[in-house]
Ligand binder design. Structure first.
Ligand SMILES: *Cc1c(COP(=O)(O)O)cnc(C)c1O
Length: 273
């Protein structure tokens, strides 16, 4: 059973409720974060906390709880969940607003959830994504606004794809919920503009330092044609190979050795976390 924290109170998740004058509901004004624990410890907690704080600041929402206090809440929620490892979801909204527009006091929710791992066949075969002419607004904020990918669900299914790869004016940014990398020889290249600063992206860049030349820079669509490999990173996807982008097959269409190597490095890293 999962428990959650809401503005200072801990209760079973199904007993938590947010009121109807919340700006998240009325105006779509909200942000979130999402991460896993490994061996009972929140993965890269310092980095996730820093990002959460950064998202809140950019959204003009004050954080009314400190890092140490939040960590104690996490430990409490893990223990109550009865699982060794859980997923954590933080959700922060504009809160209740008398005039339906002004921020008074944000609402903060911290939930544990079951972890939903990516099916192993996707790691074995790689995934297909389709290009979408879109760039996320305030890309550095982990916003609760995912209407683009929800609206595109039909198109993704029709193309037998798993996700969207956003591009605007020929410049690639990221997938709907994960970051994007290409491999060319010993070079690992990832977009650095209009992207959410993924913690998995940051971890992979760190793990890759000794074996790759890492380039964080704008990436153009034209660079996909001679990419050896492509993959995406996120907290749940870890390092997930991409073998097809629209009509374009990446490399030989199979999962490549570099993505496999980085996934192994990542799995070793979390095993010892
Ligand atoms: C969450 C997310 C990512 C991946 O971030 P991680 O910290 O690695 O999980 C990338 N892009 C978007 C738009 C996201 O919402």
């Amino acid at each position: 059973m999962h428990y959650g924290y809401f503005n200072g109170t801990i209760a079973p998740t199904d007993q938590l409720a947010v009121g109807v004058t919340d700006l998240g509901l009325l105006r779509g004004y909200g942000l979130f974060d999402y991460f896993l624990t490994y061996n009972g410890r929140p993965f890269q907690w310092d980095w996730y906390w820093e990002r959460f704080q950064n998202s809140a600041t950019r959204m003009h929402l004050p954080l009314l709880i400190g890092k140490e206090e939040t960590y104690a809440v996490l430990m409490d929620l893990i223990e109550r969940s009865g699982s060794v490892d859980v997923a954590f979801r933080f959700v922060m909204t504009g809160g209740y607003s008398a005039d339906s527009i002004s921020i008074e006091r944000p609402n903060l929710l911290i939930l544990t959830e079951d972890i939903h791992p990516v099916p192993s066949i996707q790691y074995e075969q790689g995934i297909k994504v389709i290009l979408d002419d879109y760039v996320r607004e305030m890309a550095e904020v982990k916003s609760t606004d995912y209407k683009r990918v929800i609206l595109m669900a039909e198109a993704i299914r029709a193309a037998r794809a798993s996700d969207l790869l956003y591009q605007k004016g020929g410049e690639i940014s990221e997938l709907s919920r994960s970051n994007f990398f290409i491999v060319k020889g010993e070079r690992l290249i990832t977009p650095d503009r209009h992207v959410l600063r993924g913690i998995t992206r940051r971890t992979v860049i760190q793990l890759a330092q000794t074996d790759f030349k890492v380039e964080e820079r704008p990436v153009l669509l034209s660079e996909l044609y001679d990419a050896d490999e492509a993959f995406t990173t996120s907290s749940t996807k870890k390092v997930l190979p991409i073998t097809q982008i629209g009509e374009l097959t990446i490399g030989d269409g199979h999962v490549g050795p570099k993505a496999t190597f980085l996934l192994e490095r990542f799995n070793d890293f979390i095993k010892n976390w």
